[in-house]
Design a protein around this ligand. Structure first.
Ligand code: PMP
Length: 460
């Protein structure tokens, strides 16, 4: 090893393996070290401020300095810092949080199971679905269908449901019995002359064909995000969810709504399922459940699921699943306080309201030479950059221009995320109209600098 590392950056490079980072590039580039946050802004170790246009990882809904969450954690730490939920044990925050989540659920739900991350919640979903179908004497009904470009996490089962090559390549994933159906991105995958409605019919037909080809008695569940996040912020086309749900019903396939990003106001309603008329049997939530101040996720299940699972647990002696930190009292207390704040400040209605301002502000970029599609709902959106607006041709390689823009935005004091050449916006729910204007002004500068560069490089 070279000289003993001393700066923060060199210590990071020396010691840390970063998720979702090119490790070789990181050796050269080093980290951006964030030291503190205030409202919708975070600050780096040089004191530079950034608007967090992505709420961290689509998650810090209340911004970076909500004192009430600090107090809730502090109070619970003093009272009972840890207890678990195994073998009939319970603690008050987890009971209250379950009660609250069931009261908020978009469709009647019966029970709540806690985990620590979106990935674990979705892994739990898979195991509960398998357990349930075994309870019902349907040992073959086990396959899970998700969608190309869907994102459901990174554990072995969750990554298998995720429909993105980076999460599969060299990890020997997906494992068997995880299938991926068509991605409902009308602008990108709609055929010439195909209406949005016809496109949705084709998506539902694709799903039905897959179910029939595999055998309906082998398909257990379909999992989907109401709005796809990490796959590029893909908004379901008109009539999509009606048609998909009709197919699921026909073949007795459970619907799992992955509300890890959409849950708690992101689309302008408490849940994305409400925005798009979904009637899930299972719902997974995480991220904004605690404004991401502490790790906690949850799975809500219908009574039908619960009855089967309860029978199976009785047969087996216990439900042989659970995490040490399932329902951790400090995490649950912070989540409860988060939900209280949403209610008191009417933040879901606020998200719908300022979300319109965000969408209208972004719509002004539609004539920009680099902009192919602008899409969004509530406080989540993406701008997709293209080499040719008319025929929607992407830049080659995909992501080069998006990455350049992302870096310019960072220089301007704006953190956004490029997924390839789709630039995502997902600011904290507490953002104001003025702050949205500031965010878009910085984006504007970064976009224009990118256009200059694209011209100089002869990429256009
Ligand atoms: N589901 C969705 C829809 C997500 O966006 C994410 C994370 N971005 C996950 C699951 C996985 O969550 P985690 O990173 O907490 O495991």
């Amino acid at each position: 090893m070279s000289a003993k590392p001393n700066s923060i950056a060199s210590r990071d490079v020396a010691y840390c393996l970063h998720p979702y980072t090119n490790a070789r590039a990181h050796e050269e580039k080093g980290p951006m070290v964030i030291t503190h946050g205030k409202g919708i802004e975070v600050f780096d170790d040089q004191g530079k401020a950034y608007i967090e246009g992505m709420a961290g990882l689509w998650s810090t809904s209340l911004g970076f300095s909500e004192e009430r969450l600090v107090e809730a954690a502090n109070k619970q730490m003093k009272e009972l810092p840890f207890y678990h939920n195994f073998s009939h044990k319970a603690s008050l925050p987890a009971i209250e949080l379950s009660e609250k989540l069931l009261a908020m659920a978009p469709v009647p739900m019966s029970k709540v199971f806690f985990a620590n991350s979106g990935s674990e919640a979705n892994d739990t979903v898979v195991k509960l679905v398998w357990y349930y179908n075994n309870a019902l004497g349907r040992p073959n009904k086990k396959k899970i269908i998700s969608r190309i470009k869907g994102y459901h996490g990174v554990t072995v089962a969750s990554a298998s449901m995720t429909g993105l090559p980076t999460n599969h390549n060299d990890f020997d994933l997906p494992i068997a019995n995880f299938l991926h159906t068509s991605c409902p991105h009308y602008w990108r995958f709609g055929k010439d002359g195909e209406s949005e409605d016809d496109f949705s019919t084709r998506m539902a037909d694709d799903l039905e064909e897959m179910i029939l080809a595999e055998g309906p008695d082998t398909i257990a569940a379909f999992i989907a995000e109401p709005v796809m996040g990490a796959g590029g912020v893909i908004i379901p086309p008109a009539t999509y969810w009606d048609k998909i749900q009709a197919v699921l019903k026909k073949y007795d396939v459970l619907l799992v709504a992955d509300e890890v990003i959409c849950g708690f106001g992101r689309t302008g309603n408490a849940f994305g399922s409400q925005t798009f008329g979904m009637k899930p049997d299972i719902i997974s939530v995480a991220k904004a459940l605690s404004s991401s101040y502490l790790p906690i996720s949850a799975v809500m299940i219908s009574d039908q699921l619960y009855q089967g699972i309860a029978d199976s647990s009785a047969k087996n002696g216990v439900l042989g699943h659970g995490y040490t930190y399932s329902g951790n009292p400090v995490c649950a207390a912070v989540a409860l306080e988060t939900l209280k704040i949403y209610e008191e400040r009417d933040l879901f209605a606020h998200a719908a309201n300022v979300g319109e301002h965000l969408q209208a502000g972004l719509a002004k970029f539609k004539d920009h030479p680099l902009v192919g599609e602008i899409r969004g709902v509530g406080l989540i959106a993406a701008v997709e950059l293209v080499q040719n607006k008319e025929n929607k041709v992407s830049f080659d390689p995909i992501g080069k221009v998006g990455t350049y823009l992302n870096e310019r935005a960072t220089e301007e004091g704006l953190i956004i995320r490029n997924m390839g050449d789709a630039i995502a916006f997902c600011p904290p729910l507490i953002i104001t109209r003025d702050e949205i204007d500031q965010m878009l002004a910085r984006f504007n500068v970064a976009l224009d600098k990118t256009l200059q560069w694209v011209k100089t490089e002869g990429l256009l």
